[in-house]
Design a protein around this ligand. Structure first.
Ligand code: XLS
Ligand code: NI
Ligand code: NI
Length: 445
């Protein structure tokens, strides 16, 4: 299904035409070389393998500002008579960008879409107005909402956290925002609703009652879930782990931590996990590890697609172009049934010195192509190589005999110890990691 190009009163990307698939030999940087949305791979069209989404905050709001200087990206839609005019212009630019790129989904925070007002009621009104307009854009273009979320970390009031803030009054403001962001997500037919921790975490245990803060977070999420379900939200709630930044100890450290949290607070039936590659890197994991961990728990929800810099320790949110990592990711996804009702959201920004509108398109195209190419490679590996056979053979001692009985729970520790005495010292079996790596490289072509 392709989306219809939707341009507002004035075009913000007049030099850019709809991006088309031109095939691997194309030298056109503004064309897809691998991402061919309708091409069927492993039983479904490419589009459904990825469900690509444009992230409103980086792509429409990212000015390139960093701690050492202001923004360098001149985004014409961010200039206007007042904040609501700017929000409307931004919406026009967003849908022109998304539809020219041909991404089927987008994601937003409440404050990306509409400005904060002077009080809660005004903020809610602003959001409702923009939700109405976004609904019209979705209708005209066929673009859908992958997920909505609330920004409960930028406003200074959230400096000590939102749901984990020691001040109850701040928690109530977070509740007001989450409530209307859930309403917005329902109104726009969003399939998922995300909670990224933001400032839910701490810098020093000296001034922090960690147990109490975590209980507050658990309670807050239960109440948000109850509200969403009552209001008719049938999609999935997602938690996005991150180990550090902005706080030193973020509560949603990684997939394993969040899995434990979801079970402890009775949330595992309604929540799944939104995994971001750069957050995995910061936690000392690979993206594939995090995705596999979520799969194991039955909690894989969605993905934030980007990559970090392995040489530094913060969230650089670069566009994913590392083909090797993408192949590992696609191998995990293809073996485990794919991304389901989640998608792949480009939580990534162009570099501060990449100042052209064209750069925004090239960045998304490159990532989409990296993943599409990785899909083709991973599918080829699974269909035509010994990869799966080799991996299965490693565990063949559990396929029959005493190993299979162990898996059935038929032995106690005494009996297992008896078997050890019977077997004597087992002969070495090589793990052959280098052979697997050689095989992957053979298929990257
Ligand atoms: C920040 C997070 C954020 C979430 C949405 O590091 O990745 O962008 O995806 O709040
Ligand atoms: Ni993210
Ligand atoms: Ni991030």
């Amino acid at each position: 299904m392709s989306v219809n190009v939707t341009v507002g009163e004035k075009s913000y990307f007049p030099e850019i035409e709809k991006i088309n698939y031109e095939g691997p030999d194309s030298l056109n940087p503004l064309a897809f070389r691998y991402y061919d949305e309708n091409r069927v791979i492993a039983g479904k069209p490419m589009e459904d393998h990825f469900r690509f989404a444009v992230a409103y905050w980086h792509t429409l709001g990212g000015t390139g500002a960093d701690p050492f200087g202001p923004g360098t990206h001149v985004l014409p839609w961010l200039y206007g008579a007042d904040s609501m005019t700017i929000a409307r212009n931004k919406l026009d630019a967003a849908f022109e960008f998304i539809t020219k790129l041909g991404a089927p989904f987008y994601c937003f925070h409440d404050r990306d879409l509409a400005p904060e007002g002077g009080n809660v009621a005004e903020s809610e009104k602003n959001l409702r107005t923009l939700v109405g307009l976004a609904g019209e854009k979705q209708e005209a273009s066929g673009v859908k909402l992958l997920w909505g979320t609330a920004n409960v970390f930028s406003h200074p009031r959230y400096m000590n956290g939102a749901a984990t803030n020691p001040d109850f009054a701040i928690l109530t403001h977070a509740a007001a925002q989450v409530k209307s962001a859930i309403d917005a997500t329902i109104a726009l037919g969003g399939g998922n609703y995300v909670f990224w921790g933001g400032r839910e975490g701490y810098y020093s245990l000296l001034n922090t009652n960690m147990k109490r803060e975590l209980d507050h977070l658990g309670m807050f999420l239960q109440k948000a879930r109850n509200y969403g379900r009552k209001a008719g939200f049938t999609g999935t709630f997602l938690i996005e782990p991150k180990p550090m930044e902005p706080t030193k100890h973020q509560y949603d450290f990684d997939t394993a931590t969040v899995t434990g949290f979801l079970y402890k607070y009775g949330l595992a039936d309604d929540f799944k996990i939104n995994i971001e590659n750069n957050h995995a890197t910061l936690a000392g994991h690979t993206f594939a590890h995090e995705v596999q961990t979520a799969v194991n728990a039955g909690l894989l929800g969605s993905l934030d697609i980007n990559q970090g810099d392995p040489h530094n320790g913060w969230d650089t949110d670069e566009f994913l172009t590392n083909l090797y990592d993408a192949v590992e990711l696609m191998l995990v996804l293809l073996q485990h049934g794919g991304i389901g009702k989640g998608g792949m959201n480009f939580d990534a920004k162009t570099r501060r010195s990449s100042t052209g509108a064209e750069d925004l398109f090239i960045a998304h195209i490159s990532s989409m192509d990296t993943l599409a190419r990785a899909l083709l490679i991973a599918d080829d590996i699974l269909q035509n190589s010994d990869f799966l056979k080799m991996k299965r053979a490693r565990y063949s001692s559990y396929d029959a005999g005493a190993g299979a009985d162990f898996e059935q729970g038929k032995f106690n520790i005494d009996q297992l110890a008896g078997l050890a005495a019977e077997y004597g010292e087992p002969k070495q079996i090589s793990g052959k990691q280098e052979l697997y790596q050689q095989l992957i490289n053979r298929y990257i072509k």
